[in-house]
Ligand binder design. Structure first.
Ligand SMILES: Cc1cc2nc3c(=O)[nH]c(=O)nc-3n(C[C@H](O)[C@H](O)[C@H](O)COP(=O)(O)OP(=O)(O)OC[C@H]3O[C@@H](n4cnc5c(N)ncnc54)[C@H](O)[C@@H]3O)c2cc1C
Length: 368
C-alpha cells in the first residue's frame, strides 16, 4: 500500500513524498509473506470493483512500471461442499455477472471432472473465473518502489514512525527514530500495524494482526501444467502451483490476534493432513519451505480507505488478507484522495473509517 500510494502520488504530481519504512528489507511485512493470489471473485460490489480496477493494472504493469509482475491467469477454483456456501456463491456469481465479471458456476460432477487429481466426492458446486490467478508480490512491490524513486519519492528505510504531531485537529509533523519531518499529509499504510499508527493521532482503527501460514512442496512431476488456484472453501484450505511443486495453506479459525510470525507446527501438520486428504499426490512430496505472516483484519473484512476525523491523516489499510491484489487500485485511489480531495476511479465511500462507529459495516463472504 505504501509503495503503490507513493508511486501514484508522485506520478500524479505530488512533490516531496517521503516513504517511511521501519525495516531494511520489508521482512516483517504482510506483502513479503503473501501467497500472491489475485481474483475477481468477491461477494460485495465494492470488492469486485476494486478488482476490476486493480487486475487490469497488473496486466499493464510491465508497460507502465517497467517490471514484469508475473501475472499468470490460471483461474481461481472455489470448491463448495455445503448447501449454505452454494447458495451464497450463487448470489455472488449473480452479483459478479451484473458487474461484468463472467464467473462460471459448476455442478459437483463438473468440479470432479476438472480436478481429477483431487478428491472432491463431497463437492456440490464450484465457481471459476479464468482471469483470476497469481502474481509476484515482490516484483509488484519492487516495481512500485523503483518507479516511485524515478518520480522523485524519497524512500527512508530503517525509519520508524514513533509519534505524529497534531495541532488544531490537523497533522503537522511525524517523529521518527531519525528525526522529525514537518508535513501536512500522512498516509497510514502500515498494514497489520495500522492501529498503532492510528493511536498516535488519537484514532481507534479496528485492524487486528492475525497469523496465517503456508507450506511449499518439492517438485510434483504429476501436477498438471494448467493446475489452477484451488480453494476448498469450507475448510479455508488452498493449493496453488509454486515453482515445480505446490503451495498449500489452511486458515486456522482458532488463531487469536497478535504479532507472532513464527510457524505454528501443530497447525502445519493439521493443514498438511487436510491437504493430503484432498490431494493424495502430496503424500509423495517433501516440504520445501514454510512460513507465517500477518493478515490485517477489520471487523467486516473490508479495507479502510480514505480520510479520517484528523485533517491530513488518511488510512489505506486493513485489506483482511486480500490486499496484495488490491494494492495497485488502493494506491491509485489514495493518491486521488490526497491530490484531488476525493477518489474518483471507484466509489469507495463505503470503505470509510466512520462506518464502524456509524453501524455501516459491510460483509464479505469470500474470505480465505
Ligand atoms: C500468509 C499470507 C498470505 C496472503 N495471501 C494473499 C493473497 O494470496 N492475495 C492477496 O491479495 N493478499 C494476500 N495476503 C494479504 C496481503 O499480503 C496484505 O493484504 C497486503 O500485503 C498488505 O499490504 P500493506 O502494505 O497494507 O501491509 P504490509 O505489507 O505489512 O506493509 C506495512 C509496512 O509498514 C511498516 N511499518 C509498520 N509500523 C511502522 C512504523 N511505526 N514506522 C514505519 N514503518 C512501519 C512495516 O514494516 C511494513 O513493511 C496474504 C497475507 C498473508 C500474511
Amino acid at each position: 500500500m505504501g509503495a503503490s500510494t507513493a508511486y501514484h502520488l508522485a506520478a500524479g504530481g505530488a512533490d516531496q513524498v517521503l516513504l517511511l519504512e521501519r525495516t531494511l528489507h520489508l521482512e516483517d511485512s504482510a506483502t513479503s509473506r503473501c501467497a500472491g493470489g489475485v481474483r475477481y471473485q468477491f461477494a460485495t460490489a465494492v470488492n469486485i470493483e476494486l478488482s476490476k480496477l486493480s487486475l487490469p493494472m497488473l496486466e499493464r504493469f510491465e508497460s507502465e512500471i517497467g517490471i514484469d509482475p508475473l501475472y499468470r491467469q490460471i483461474g481461481y477454483f472455489f470448491v463448495l461442499t455445503n448447501p449454505t456456501d452454494v447458495a451464497a456463491f450463487e448470489r455472488n456469481v449473480e452479483l459478479q455477472h451484473s458487474l461484468g465479471v463472467q464467473t462460471e458456476l459448476l455442478d459437483g460432477d463438473q468440479v470432479r471432472r476438472r480436478l481429477p487429481m483431487m478428491r472432491f466426492e463431497d463437492a456440490l458446486a464450484g465457481t471459476v473465473h479464468s482471469k483470476d490467478g497469481l502474481a509476484d508480490p515482490s516484483s509488484v512491490n519492487m516495481g512500485y518502489l523503483t518507479a516511485a524513486r524515478r518520480h522523485g519519492v524519497t524512500e527512508c528505510l530503517e525509519t520508524e514512525v514513533l509519534a505524529i504531531g497534531v495541532k488544531g485537529g490537523r497533522v503537522v509533523n511525524v517523529k521518527t527514530n531519525r528525526g522529525v519531518v514537518a508535513c501536512e499529509q500522512v498516509v497510514n499504510a502500515a498494514g497489520p500495524w495500522a492501529a498503532t499508527i492510528g493511536e498516535m493521532v488519537g484514532l481507534e482503527i479496528p485492524i487486528q494482526p492475525v497469523r496465517r501460514q503456508m507450506v511449499t512442496t518439492t517438485p510434483l512431476p504429476d501436477l498438471p501444467e494448467e493446475f489452477p488456484f484451488v480453494i476448498d472453501f469450507a475448510q479455508s484450505l488452498y493449493f496453488h502451483p509454486e515453482g515445480e511443486g505446490l503451495l498449500t495453506g489452511m486458515s486456522n479459525p482458532a488463531q487469536s490476534a497478535g504479532y507472532e510470525q513464527t510457524v505454528d507446527e501443530d497447525w502445519e501438520l493439521t493443514a498438511l493432513e487436510a491437504a493430503m486428504q484432498r490431494m493424495p499426490m502430496l503424500e509423495r512430496a517433501g516440504r520445501q519451505a514454510g512460513w507465517a505472516g500477518l493478515y490485517e483484519v477489520t471487523p467486516d473484512a473490508h479495507p479502510i480507505l480514505g480520510p479520517t476525523a484528523v485533517e491530513g491523516f488518511w488510512v489505506v489499510a486493513g485489506f483482511s488478507g486480500h490486499g496484495f491484489m488490491h494494492g495497485p487500485a488502493a494506491g491509485k485511489l489514495m493518491a486521488e484522495f490526497v491530490l484531488q480531495g476525493k477518489a474518483t476511479s471507484v466509489d469507495i465511500s463505503a470503505l470509510d473509517l466512520a462506518r464502524f462507529a456509524e453501524g455501516r459495516e459491510l460483509r464479505e463472504y469470500n474470505v480465505i
